[in-house]
Design a protein around this ligand. Structure first.
Ligand code: NAP
Length: 247
C-alpha cells in the first residue's frame, strides 16, 4: 500500500476532510502538499506534518483564481516535484432556496467546486501522462447524487464532479491514470458545524448508522483509491455515508 516516492497534492487541506486526507496519504509514505487560502491555513498544515515528521509542505491557493492556482502549482512542482496524486477536495456551500438564490451564490459555488477541477487537474495531467501513472480523486457529495432542497448550486456542482470524472477517466485510462470520486454523506467538519443542533439531529435521524461520519472515514477511502490496490478502479464513485443514501 506504500506511496513512497509519490507527490500528492490535496486542495483544502487546512482542516476537515482535506486535512485527514493529507495525514492519511502522508502515513502511506507520500510526500504531501496541502493547500489553504491563507498563511494561517498553510501553517496549520506544516505544523501538523512537522508534528508527525511527515514529508511535504503547504502552499496558498484560491481554487477560484486562475493566477493563484498557476502560481501554487509552479511552487509545488519546484519544491516537491509534479504531483502523481491529485485530490480535489476544496469546496464551499452557499445555501439558499433556488427562487432566492443570487447569481453570486450560484457562481461562487460552481466556481470553487467544479471549475476548480479544470484549473487544478489540467496542468497536473501532463506529468501523469508522461509518467504513465496517476491518481485523480475528486470529492463530491451524497447530495450530488440525491439532490437536496436549498442546495441547487452545491448539488449541481457535485453532480458535475461525477460527470467530469467519468469523462476524464475514459480519456486517460490507457495511460494508467485513474480518476475516481468519493461522495461523503454527513461528516463532522466546519462545513456541517454551521447547521443548527435541530438540523443536525434531524439529519442524524435520516442516517441508518445514526451518527455523523468522521473526516478519517473519508480519508481511508481516498487512501485506498490512491493505493496500488485500487489500480483497476476508474470512473467510479464510492459513497461513504453511513447508509444515508443507497443507489
Ligand atoms: P471545510 O471543513 O469547510 O474545509 C474546506 C476546505 O476547503 C478548507 O481547507 C478551506 O481552506 C478550503 N477552501 C475553501 N474555499 C477555498 C478556495 N476558494 N480555494 C481553495 N481552498 C478553499 O470542508 P469539509 O467539510 O472538510 O469539506 C471538504 C470537501 O468535502 C468539500 O468539497 C465538501 O463539499 C465535501 N463534502 C463535505 C461534506 C461534509 O459533511 N462535511 C459532505 C459531503 C461532501 P481555508 O481553511 O483556507 O478556508
Amino acid at each position: 500500500m506504500s506511496l513512497t516516492g509519490k507527490t500528492a497534492l490535496i486542495t483544502g487541506a487546512s482542516r476537515g476532510i482535506g486535512h485527514a486526507i493529507l495525514l492519511g496519504l502522508a502515513a502511506m509514505g507520500a510526500t504531501v502538499v496541502g493547500t489553504a487560502t491563507s498563511d494561517k491555513g498553510t501553517k496549520l498544515i506544516t505544523d501538523a506534518l512537522a508534528a508527525k515528521v511527515y514529508a511535504g509542505g503547504a502552499v496558498v491557493m484560491d481554487v477560484r483564481d486562475d493566477n493563484s492556482v498557476a502560481a501554487a502549482l509552479a511552487a509545488v512542482e519546484e519544491g516537491y516535484g509534479a504531483p502523481a496524486i491529485v485530490v480535489n477536495n476544496a469546496g464551499i456551500t452557499a445555501d439558499n432556496l433556488f427562487l432566492r438564490m443570487k447569481m453570486e451564490e450560484w457562481q461562487s459555488v460552481l466556481d470553487a467546486n467544479l471549475t476548480a477541477l479544470y484549473r487544478v487537474t489540467k496542468p497536473c495531467l501532463r506529468a501523469m501522462l508522461k509518467a504513465h501513472w496517476g491518481r485523480i480523486i475528486n470529492i463530491s457529495s451524497v447530495v450530488g447524487i440525491s439532490g437536496n432542497p436549498g442546495q441547487a448550486n452545491y448539488c449541481a456542482s457535485k453532480a458535475g464532479v461525477i460527470g467530469f470524472s467519468k469523462s476524464l477517466a475514459q480519456e486517460v485510462a490507457s495511460r494508467n491514470i485513474t480518476v475516481n470520486v468519493v461522495a461523503p454523506g454527513f461528516i463532522g467538519t466546519d462545513m456541517t458545524n454551521v447547521l443548527s443542533e435541530e438540523q443536525q439531529t434531524q439529519l442524524k435521524k435520516s442516517i441508518p448508522m445514526q451518527r455523523v461520519g468522521t473526516p478519517e472515514e473519508i480519508a481511508a477511502v481516498v487512501c485506498f483509491l490512491a493505493s496500488p490496490g485500487a489500480s483497476y478502479i476508474t470512473g467510479e464513485t464510492i459513497q461513504v455515508n453511513g447508509g444515508m443514501y443507497m443507489q
